[in-house]
Design a protein around this ligand. Structure first.
Ligand code: GTP
Ligand code: MG
Length: 253
């Protein structure tokens, strides 16, 4: 497979200017031909200001010649939002990111460049490749994050340094062929470990993380521990348990 263009997928619940800036920075820093479409996933809990921002972002993107779909999610929670977006994506590659500026939109062009070089692989942005990449991260969570990263990469025999961070580019068909299970934030981990279990190669690019300036995270401190479940479950899953039924029939695994 080769890189044709990217679907930029982000969910939004309480973001306004962060969502608009995310779209604007991507339009400013990426080659226009590389951006096939934007999908912004919203739900009933998304604030009216957030919906208005999504509509404004749609106008900005479409004026620049890029379709932007505002998708009302059917599955619940953060994982459900991204899973609905994955089903709707139409480009060869998919960028998974947030709309709260905690996934630096300046890194999208770097992810796309790597996807052109390694179109069959997963390229993840990592906050652990350069010093002082975290700004405003809860110090206790930071230590926990480092410990989790070490544990998970050892457990999976993978050299990835930021397996819990939901900021990456993948071949769209890869994500569409996987049977996803997590509805909530642990989906961000599931969406890294299932491809790894399938033997997909991973490359990383460095990125910086700055705490959101508006709204609040939908993930509580204690919910972080729920990442352990998909991490442990997936480690022992067979390839045919990870893939959807129709994909199993197609590839006869
Ligand atoms: N549509 C939709 N978007 C959501 C939902 N929950 C979270 N989001 C969005 O998903 C993205 C990531 O969610 P956050 O709650 O910021 O989580 P996080 O930054 O990964 O979590 P922490 O770093 O652990 O705080 C943000 O852009 C949110 O707006 C949801 O239920 N529905
Ligand atoms: Mg966030």
């Amino acid at each position: 497979m080769s890189f044709q263009s990217a679907t930029i997928l982000m969910a939004a619940i309480n973001e306004t200017f962060s969502l608009i800036q995310t779209v604007e920075i991507i339009l400013d820093t990426c080659q226009p031909a590389d951006i096939g479409e934007f999908i912004v996933v919203v739900c009933e809990r998304s604030t009216p200001e957030c919906i208005a921002a999504a509509e404004q972002a749609k106008e900005i993107a479409e004026t620049a010649g890029h379709p932007l779909t505002i998708l009302w999610q059917k599955r619940p929670f953060a994982g459900g939002a991204y899973r609905d977006g994955i089903d709707a994506a139409r480009c060869s590659h998919l960028v998974l990111m947030s709309s709260d500026l905690e996934t630096d939109p300046h890194s999208v062009s770097g992810l796309i460049e790597m996807a052109k070089r390694y179109p069959d692989d997963m390229i993840t942005a990592s906050r652990w490749l350069e010093k002082a990449a975290f700004k405003g991260y809860n110090p206790v969570k930071l230590i926990l994050n480092k410990v989790f990263q070490g544990m998970f990469s050892l457990f999976y025999g993978s050299s990835t340094t930021d397996i819990t961070y939901g900021f990456r580019i993948v071949p769209t068909t890869l994500y569409q062929s996987i049977r996803w299970e997590e509805d909530k934030h642990p989906f961000f981990l599931e969406s890294a470990v299932k491809p790894i279990r399938l033997g997909v190669k991973v490359h990383e690019i460095p990125t910086k993380w700055v705490a959101r300036q508006e709204g609040e995270s939908q993930n509580s401190f204690f919910a972080t521990f729920k990442y352990l479940r998909p991490a442990i479950r997936t480690r022992f899953m067979r390839r045919d348990e990870i893939l959807k039924q129709e994909e199993k029939e197609r590839t006869k695994v």
